[in-house]
Design a protein around this ligand. Structure first.
Ligand SMILES: [Zn+2]
Length: 304
């Protein structure tokens, strides 16, 4: 008989919600307009994945993710979703409301960004916005971004940001500094502003923001490969220790940045981060906050 896999979070009786992954449907791959060879090459040189499977348009992709969550005993997953897949994902939210959260990717520079943002939350059932300054070439203190924050304030949904380095081709690192977010966090004290991947290399700036603004949270998602590109030796246990000291367990949200099959859900990341928090002697109560309760409370404020 094959050996039963061991899942640490189950042994600890810890409910887990992955706050940050990507719903990369067939439509998303198509929207990239690059050959599958080019995608495979970029994936191989920029990530630890060996291969990528382009989803079959006839496949029930939402169901596939639910099966993947069941396989590892994960309660729920927060997906970043591009506009090309919004309708498909809205359907997934309707079918599996207990298993998915959705962050709608918004480009504040699109002429109809405000309309899109309201539509995503009110009509499609998304729970938050994801902004990507380095990809869409804007500063988070720009008027266009403020319009999106205004809507987040009205509807009480969180806004997650990707600053720092990125796997995306053609990004502009002129927009990579999380400190750009401070004026918005100051001006919208009732909005929760998230920074993905602990700042993806901009860790110092992320820690400073923790001090300056109470409405900042971070997610731990991804391999945190950025630690190789900062000018001092760093490891994940040291990084998590500093994040806990600066922000406290209430402002840290677990994520994996799972994205493509066949790799699927990145249990290795969950396992590694859980062991680190255990080594740092984080209490069971605080583990529950980081691995599920914080994201539940962030997503539970939505109006309308
Ligand atoms: Zn991501």
């Amino acid at each position: 008989m094959p050996k039963k896999p061991k899942y640490l979070h189950k042994d600890l009786n810890l409910p887990v919600i992955d706050s940050h992954s990507h719903y990369l449907s067939h439509a998303t791959f198509q929207s990239w307009q690059v050959s599958s060879g080019a995608i495979q090459r970029r994936i191989r040189t920029r990530t630890d994945m060996k291969e990528v499977e382009v989803p079959n348009p006839d496949e029930d992709f939402a169901q596939r993710w639910v099966k993947e969550l069941d396989r590892y005993g994960i309660e729920k997953i927060g997906m970043m979703v591009g506009p090309e897949s919004w309708n498909e994902f809205a359907n997934a939210l309707k079918r599996f409301p207990e298993r998915f959260y959705g962050y709608a990717n918004i480009n504040p520079l699109s002429p109809d960004a405000e309309k899109q943002a309201r539509h995503a939350i009110r009509k499609l059932g998304f729970h938050g916005f994801k902004l990507y300054p380095v990809l869409h070439n804007f500063h988070t203190y720009d008027e266009e971004a403020y319009r999106v924050y205004q809507i987040a304030d009205e509807l009480q949904v969180p806004v997650l940001h990707h600053f720092g380095i990125s796997i995306g081709a053609g990004v502009n690192l002129r927009y990579c500094n999380p400190l750009d977010l401070q004026p918005a966090a100051r001006d919208f004290p009732n909005v929760r502003f998230g920074i993905a991947h602990l700042g993806a290399g901009m860790f110092r700036e992320t820690l400073l923001l923790f001090y300056q603004q109470d409405n900042i949270y971070v997610d731990t998602s991804g391999s945190n490969i950025w630690m190789r590109y900062i000018p001092y030796p760093s490891d994940l246990i040291g990084v998590m220790k500093r994040a806990l000291e600066a922000g406290g367990p209430e402002r840290i949200v677990f994520g994996t940045d799972s994205s493509m099959f066949p790799r699927g859900f990145r249990y290795d990341i969950l396992d590694k981060q859980l062991r680190i928090f255990k080594d740092l002697q984080v209490s069971d109560e605080n583990l529950r906050k980081i691995f599920s309760e914080n994201i539940l409370s962030l997503m539970g404020r939505r109006k309308g």
